[in-house]
Design a protein around this ligand. Structure first.
Ligand code: ADP
Length: 543
């Protein structure tokens, strides 16, 4: 007979992260650049008190356990309070990306059946316009104080955030309940079909917070000042609002001010040590710093993920700015962290270029995530760094299904990510492509990420995207779409010559076109679908 452990059982509650932060690091600051334009300073203790008051207010509004409460908001202290008040009181926090097309926002609110929605001032016009198409919505709460409320509005149920808080006394105890209860919902961005809701539990969120803070993961601690550039509507800012409470560090929120100059100022002013965001954001910040000959005085580490981080960007941040990049891979269905690139002890003596090559990969699975690669027949492929296959994962914070969808996405208990990858003998995973983005030339696959990474290393190139283009003989061949740096001159032939020796010859792109701008998705990734659409009639010179 087995012997049972004799330990306390405490369900893993999201509210416990906040009460821990308030109790042990209550005076640590939470600083926000507000939509109103000014800076706001708060602390973990204050955030906890105001979250309790907000939880009381949610009850007063008649919102029940399990009810979905939406947010359309930038990164800021009120959004943080909503995260904790909604989930902590057993309701479900549903963050929505305001950069999506309005019809998509409406579709998502209706799918989730949000009963209330919290909105930042400058996103309010969108909600006012959409409100007649959102029948489930009972309350719209504007995230501001009384003096910023609009004088006139078409919404009869418009409420003021600070009024709601001021009406409560905070005499509220965070409830304890089944840790598998839904805490938050994030929708995938739906670049292929309708968005799908991933429903995270308290348990999955707390475990993700534990794992993501580890030294081999994000490596953040209470001595850090963390500025999540990644929005709180993009997979919960990669879990930082939770892991920051767990470690009790200072948090700095940039609001919607994400241009290079505003970010740089905030990094310096608040002595930020750690950040996280998609590669596109860093393009802006690096450019601003270079153009103005600026250096960072405290910024030391950043996680970059969401799409492949070009090795040239990792090198620039490290060599010119002293910022170490932690390349990470993940997705909405993984809450989002899956792998992070970190060196092992045995790599310590390697030459710089070899270390860089390892760190450029998407990295090792953190404990809590298992992965494998399979071929088209579902056969498991070896971890040899060469065999490329469909990447599948399973683990404590991986979805088992989608909200309102009966069909399971799983494949024999594994979640198929839609990414194509290799895994080497040391466990480092490298994404070659999203399966729908790979370029199929004859029977061979060409990695669009490899082609982009080469050009991103060219001094005249600001941004590069590789897409497949129809070819009568090879079916598909690579076409590069390139944005040149401001004032930089470079020709197509020079760029094609730049590929020599960096990739196998047969993979060299067939053509290069220069554009003023590359389209991005609502989460700041290169919008390949749109690019392919844009260049669908492009005639390759080799055709
Ligand atoms: P969406 O892009 O549809 O908004 P996600 O934000 O969940 O959805 O994106 C997940 C996808 O982003 C992954 O499946 C992968 O294709 C891509 N991705 C994320 N991080 C990386 C990375 N470091 N390198 C390459 N691709 C990445």
């Amino acid at each position: 007979m087995s012997l049972m452990g004799n330990m306390m059982h405490m369900p893993l509650m999201i509210s416990s992260l906040l009460t821990h932060a308030a109790r042990h690091n209550g005076d640590v600051e939470v600083v926000s650049k507000r939509v109103e334009g000014d800076m706001h300073r708060s602390t973990w203790a204050e955030v906890e008190l105001r979250s309790r008051k907000l939880a009381q207010a949610l009850g007063r509004l008649g919102l029940e356990a399990g009810d979905r409460v939406g947010t359309l908001a930038w990164n800021g202290y009120r959004h943080l309070e909503i995260y904790y008040a909604v989930s902590g009181s057993q309701r479900v926090c549903h963050t929505i990306n305001p950069r999506l097309f309005p019809q998509q926002v409406a579709w998502i609110v209706n799918d989730a059946q949000d009963k209330a929605i919290f909105v930042d001032l400058n996103i309010f016009p969108l909600v006012e316009k959409l409100a007649p198409t959102l029948p489930s919505l009972k309350h719209v709460i504007l995230m501001c104080s009384r003096e910023n409320m609009p004088r006139e509005t078409s919404l009869p149920h418009l409420l003021c955030y600070e009024d709601l808080i001021n009406a409560e006394d905070g005499n509220y105890e965070w409830p304890s309940f089944d840790e598998n209860t839904a805490a938050t919902i994030c929708y995938t961005s739906g670049t292929t079909g309708n968005p799908k809701g991933a429903v995270y539990s308290h348990r999955s969120t707390v475990l993700h917070a534990y794992a993501s803070a580890l030294p081999d993961a994000m490596n953040v601690c209470s001595a850090d000042t963390v500025l999540p550039v990644v929005p709180m509507f993009h997979v919960n800012a990669w879990g930082l609002p939770y892991s920051a409470a767990l470690i009790g560090c200072k948090l700095v929120f940039p609001g919607h001010h994400l241009d290079g100059a505003s970010l740089y100022e905030l990094f310096e002013q608040e002595k930020v040590t750690f950040s996280a965001g998609v590669p596109t954001i860093w393009l802006g910040l690096i450019n601003h710093a270079k153009q103005n000959n600026l250096k960072f005085s405290t910024f030391k580490n950043t996680v970059i993920g969401g799409s492949a981080c070009p090795p040239a960007m990792i090198r620039t941040l490290q060599d010119e700015f002293g910022v170490q990049v932690i390349h990470a891979w993940g997705m909405t269905e993984l809450s989002p962290l899956g792998t992070l690139s970190r060196l092992k002890a045995k790599h310590a003596g390697l030459p710089k270029e070899q270390k860089e090559a390892i760190l450029a990969k998407q990295g090792k699975g953190i404990y809590g995530i298992d992965m494998r690669i399979v071929d088209a027949n579902g056969q498991v492929l070896p971890w040899d760094g060469k065999s490329a296959g469909d990447l599948e994962v399973r683990g404590h914070w991986v979805v088992a299904g989608y909200f309102n969808v009966d069909k399971s996405p799983l494949h024999n208990g594994w979640f198929p990510t839609g990414d194509v990858a290799t895994i080497d003998a040391d466990g480092y995973m490298q994404i070659t492509d999203r399966s729908k983005d790979v370029i199929k030339s004859g029977g061979e696959w060409i990695s669009s990420i490899d082609l982009e990474n080469v050009l991103m290393g060219h001094p005249a190139v600001m941004e590069a995207a590789a897409i497949s283009c129809h070819h009568p003989k090879w079916d598909e061949r690579p076409l590069m779409v390139v944005v040149r740096k401001q004032g930089a001159e470079v020709s197509k032939d020079e760029l094609l010559a730049f590929y020599k020796g960096k990739i196998p010859n047969w993979q060299t792109p067939d053509d290069i076109v220069f554009v003023d701008e590359i389209p991005h998705t609502a989460t700041g990734k290169i919008y390949k679908l749109k690019l392919r659409e844009q260049f669908k009639d492009h005639k390759l010179p080799t055709a």
